[in-house]
Write a protein that binds this ligand. Structure first.
Ligand SMILES: Nc1nc2c(ncn2[C@@H]2O[C@H](COP(=O)(O)OP(=O)(O)OP(=O)(O)O)[C@@H](O)[C@H]2O)c(=O)[nH]1
Ligand SMILES: [Mg+2]
Length: 329
């Protein structure tokens, strides 16, 4: 999962400069006014701006071409053309820009988060005001705006999960990922359905959160039972953990303790993360009582009940994930 990359190919274009204008002063009582054609405006630039609320490149998938506005042409009476609007492209921290043909790294926002003027807009052309000379009092000459340049880009981001799901096999981890994100993990009524970690993006308002679903953990996993615990490394850099516990199973009251012991055997750091216990399958018989029971057993833990079938607790869980996923900066 450290290798899980988000990638988009786009094309960016700076605006061209506006053209210079050929015009003359027209004033009453002055039969032959001097040149008065203004300069064209500058074309807009293409600027990348790091936004901390973004976690993925999903917002760049909706279109391919990102174009800054052209500068407006100069006008008579010495009026300059308006400058074109810049095209500001927001990217999440950690984004890197590459040349899609050579693969060369052009810029790494992981090292420098300041705004980057990637392509400067073209200069506006001179109006005929600039061409007046002692020999030519009425110049018909003006310059066209400078063409804006364009460029293809590969934008890449290494994704790191914000919240990791841990739980026994069959607890409903993949089902929750499926419910919250567009990831479509395999879901089945038998243990160890998930063999490799799955990532998905939960988007609420304009914030993205990466959720990681990993294979089920059983007692003794740290000694190699089941699929082992080596994939816990994929959630070792998350901000928070969600412990999913199947409320319809008899093991509901011991699952949390077992999971904690297995996680601790891998790395005690994991138990220092923010966490929430999520009781799953609340729609099944007896689950509601088991949820109350769980709250009594672990009065100091944050505990939520959900069902991906009935939808109960789902919006609350999404809001909670958003809160848990906040990184203190
Ligand atoms: N009744 C009910 N069944 C659920 C709910 N959530 C998941 N299930 C079922 O539980 C079974 C296991 O779900 P998964 O999402 O595959 O569980 P998992 O934790 O990813 O399992 P592993 O990948 O094996 O670790 C599936 O048959 C799901 O349909 C729920 O809210 N209610
Ligand atoms: Mg699964």
């Amino acid at each position: 999962m450290e290798k899980f990359a988000d990638e988009v190919l786009i094309e960016v274009a700076a605006g061209s400069g506006g053209n210079g204008c050929v015009a003359f002063r027209r004033e009453r009582f002055i039969p032959h006014g001097g040149p008065a054609g203004g300069d064209g405006g500058r074309g807009g630039s293409v600027i990348f701006s790091v936004r901390r609320n973004l976690r993925t490149l999903a917002h760049l998938r909706f279109r391919h071409l990102f174009e800054a506005e052209n500068g407006h042409d100069g006008e008579g009476s010495g009026r300059y053309g308006k400058n074109g609007e810049d095209m500001v492209i927001p990217v999440p921290p950690g984004t890197a820009l590459f040349d899609p043909d050579t693969g060369a790294l052009l810029h790494d926002f992981g090292k420098d988060e300041r705004d980057l003027v990637f392509l400067k807009g073209g200069n506006g052309g001179w109006g005929n005001i600039h061409f007046k000379s002692s020999v030519n009092q009425a110049p018909l000459q003006a310059l066209p705006g400078q063409k804006g340049s364009r460029r293809k880009l590969k934008i890449e981001l290494q994704l790191l999960a914000d919240i990791g799901f841990v739980g026994f096999p069959n607890a409903g981890k993949s089902s929750l990922l499926d419910r919250f994100t567009r990831a479509r993990p395999k879901i089945a009524p038998y243990p160890f359905t998930t063999k490799i970690p799955n990532l998905g993006m939960l988007r609420v308002d304009d914030r993205d959160l990466i959720l990681a679903d990993i294979p089920g953990i059983i007692e003794g996993a740290s000694e190699g039972a089941g699929l082992g615990i080596q994939f816990l490394k994929h959630i070792s850099r998350t901000v928070a953990l969600a412990f999913l516990i199947d409320l319809s199973e008899d093991t509901y009251h011991e699952a949390f303790g077992i999971l904690c012991r297995e996680l601790e055997a891998f790395s005690p750091e994991l138990l220092r993360k923010k966490r929430v216990i999520i009781g799953t399958k609340l729609d099944l018989e007896g689950s509601a009582e088991h949820l109350d029971d769980l709250k009594k057993i672990y009065p100091d833990e944050m505990i939520f009940g959900i069902s991906v079938y009935s939808g109960e607790g789902i919006p609350e869980t999404a809001a909670l994930f958003m809160k848990l996923g906040e990184v203190e900066t």
